[in-house]
Design a protein around this ligand. Structure first.
Ligand code: DGL
Length: 269
C-alpha cells in the first residue's frame, strides 16, 4: 500500500505546536499528527530514565497512529532519549521508521550564522545533559557555548503568565550578556513563545536561533535527501492535535496559538 503515512511531531506540551505549525506552513501538503504529553509535563525536571520511558511510549503511540516519521521537537526528550531511542527501540522494533531530533540541526544553523560565542536557554535537564556542548564539540570545537537553565519559563508560558516574564528573563539573560554571546539558541520549544521578548531584552543585539525557523527547513531538506520516506507520506494536508490530557487549559492555549477553535484528540496508552 502506498502513500498512507503521516508525520508525527512530539513535545511534552504546547511548545512544539509552534514548530509543528511552522512545519505545516512550509510543507502544507503532508498529513501531521501533533502529540503533546500534557499529562506528564513538565519533562524538564524529570530523570533521564523517566523522560526516556515517557518518550518511548509517545513514539509507540505515534507509530500506532500511522506516523512513520516522527520529529521529537522537545529538546529535553531529544537530550535524554533520542540516541537511545534511535539505536535501541527503533532499530529493534521499527527499523523502517524514523525518529529525528532538533538539537544537531539547531547547532548547524547557529554555526552557519557565524557566531563564536553562543548562548543557550533550556530546561534544567537539557542544560545538565550538556548535549548541546557535546554535539557542538563534534561540529566545531572552536565555538564557545554558555548554557542557562530557565526552569520558570515553562510553567509561566503554559499558565499564561507572560506579563510577569520580563523580570525573570532579565535574570536568566544577564549571564549571557556578561559572556557577550553573539547568538542565543532557544533550546526549549516553549520559549519560542517569548522569543520577541528575549530579542527586545537583549536590545536586538543577539541573533536568536529559534527552532520554528530551523526545523521546517531542515525537514524539507531531509525529505529531499530521503525520497524513500517522502514517497511513503500521504498528502491530504491534514493536521491533528492529540494530547495525553486534553484539559481546558491546554484547549485554551491551543485555540489561542492556532487562532481558532481546534479539536483535540485524547491519546490513551
Ligand atoms: N518542550 C520542552 C523542551 O523543548 C520543555 C518543556 C518541559 O519541561 O516539559 O525542552
Amino acid at each position: 500500500m502506498k502513500n498512507l503515512k503521516k508525520i508525527g511531531v512530539f513535545d511534552s506540551g504546547l511548545g512544539g505546536l509552534m514548530i509543528a505549525n511552522a512545519i505545516r506552513a512550509k510543507l502544507p501538503s503532508y498529513d501531521y499528527v501533533y502529540m503533546g504529553d500534557t499529562l506528564h509535563l513538565p519533562y524538564g525536571r524529570r530523570s533521564d530514565q523517566a523522560i526516556y520511558d515517557l518518550t518511548e511510549k509517545a513514539m509507540r503511540y505515534l507509530f500506532s497512529q500511522g506516523c512513520d516519521l516522527i520529529i521529537v521537537a522537545c529538546n529535553t526528550a531529544s537530550a535524554a532519549a533520542l540516541r537511545k531511542l534511535q539505536q535501541g527501540f527503533l532499530a529493534r522494533e521499527f527499523p523502517e521508521n524514523r525518529i529525528l531530533g532538533v538539537i544537531v540541526p539547531t547547532l548547524e544553523v547557529a554555526i552557519e550564522h557565524g557566531a563564536h560565542k553562543i548562548g543557550m536557554l533550556a530546561t534544567q535537564r537539557t542544560v545538565h545533559s550538556n548535549i548541546f556542548e557535546t554535539e557542538l564539540q563534534k561540529i566545531n570545537p572552536a565555538v564557545e557555548m554558555k548554557s542557562i537553565a530557565a526552569p520558570l519559563l515553562v510553567p509561566m508560558i503554559e499558565e499564561g503568565g507572560e506579563k510577569y516574564l520580563d523580570m525573570i528573563l532579565e535574570d536568566y539573560l544577564q549571564p549571557l550578556r556578561e559572556a557577550k554571546v553573539e547568538s542565543i539558541i532557544i533550546g526549549c520549544t516553549h520559549y519560542i513563545a517569548v522569543k520577541d521578548r528575549i530579542r527586545r531584552l537583549m536590545d536586538n543585539k543577539a541573533d536568536l536561533i529559534s527552532q520554528d525557523d530551523i526545523i521546517p527547513m531542515k525537514l524539507e531538506d531531509y525529505l529531499k535527501r530521503h525520497p524513500e520516506m517522502e514517497e511513503r507520506l500521504s498528502k491530504d494536508g491534514t493536521f491533528e492535535i492529540h494530547a495525553t490530557d486534553t484539559n481546558e487549559n491546554f484547549q485554551r492555549n491551543v485555540d489561542e496559538l492556532m487562532g481558532q477553535k481546534s479539536a483535540l484528540k485524547q491519546a490513551s496508552y
